[in-house]
Design a protein around this ligand. Structure first.
Ligand SMILES: CC(C)(COP(=O)(O)OP(=O)(O)OC[C@H]1O[C@@H](n2cnc3c(N)ncnc32)[C@H](O)[C@@H]1OP(=O)(O)O)[C@@H](O)C(=O)NCCC(=O)NCCS
Length: 179
């Protein structure tokens, strides 16, 4: 699949079956189809996307904009999940998905984007750091399946020029989405 164009599209109900197939392979406590459908039902405060090569889903990502939050209504976007099929990693598909989530947060007027990840997930930690996410703290025993701690990360300046420049450098390094 090298040198192929990746499309980032809004997730629709018909995508859910393929999405949960990837989800089940990756996460120890995978979301079910019902959970994804519930998120899609709440599109006034959520945005979900899939990455497709040809017509095949190779990744997906979502963000939620809590109506009530620390920073006021809609001011915070919280990344709920982002995943790329194991056979397609390190080809910037995750980056294209995260760029889309950040763009969506900006369009909805959010200043802050937050997320959690497992403390042992070094790939994701590096990935988010590349996008300027900083570690805010730990949530002890956050994951009920293993008792692992969650690392809480955030960016608080998504509309600032410095941050926009950082994103532009990432976009330029990807080119036209051919991965
Ligand atoms: C995290 C994840 C989404 C990244 O997707 P990806 O398409 O492989 O990432 P990209 O190719 O866009 O990587 C962008 C940058 O992130 C960092 N990165 C990504 N994977 C990495 C790894 N395994 N080790 C170290 N750094 C990594 C690198 O800086 C990379 O840039 P580079 O390739 O130029 O060095 C993917 O590894 C994944 O699906 N993991 C399982 C699910 C998960 O952990 N999700 C996040 C927590 S919910």
């Amino acid at each position: 699949m090298k040198g192929r164009k990746v499309k980032i599209l809004s997730m629709c109900y018909d995508d859910v079956e393929d999405v949960i197939e990837i989800e089940r392979k990756i996460f120890p406590a995978p979301w079910t189809a019902d959970v994804f459908e519930e998120q899609l039902n709440q599109s006034d405060c959520t945005s979900y996307f899939v990455a497709k090569i040809d017509e095949k889903i190779v990744g997906y990502a979502g963000i939620i904009f809590p109506p009530v939050g620390r920073y006021g209504a809609g001011a915070e976007g919280h990344v709920t999940n982002i995943a790329v099929d194991e056979n397609c990693r390190r080809r910037k598909i995750g980056s294209l998905l995260l760029l889309k989530l950040i763009e969506e947060a900006q369009n909805r007027g959010s200043r802050v984007i937050s997320l959690e990840l497992r403390k042992s997930n070094m790939a994701a930690l590096n990935f988010y750091k590349k996008f300027g996410f900083r570690i805010f703290g730990l949530r002890k025993n956050y994951y009920s399946d293993t008792g692992e701690d969650a690392v809480v990360m955030f960016v608080d300046n998504v509309s600032f020029a410095d941050y926009q420049n950082r994103l532009q450098i990432i976009r330029d390094s990807i080119g036209f989405g051919e991965v």
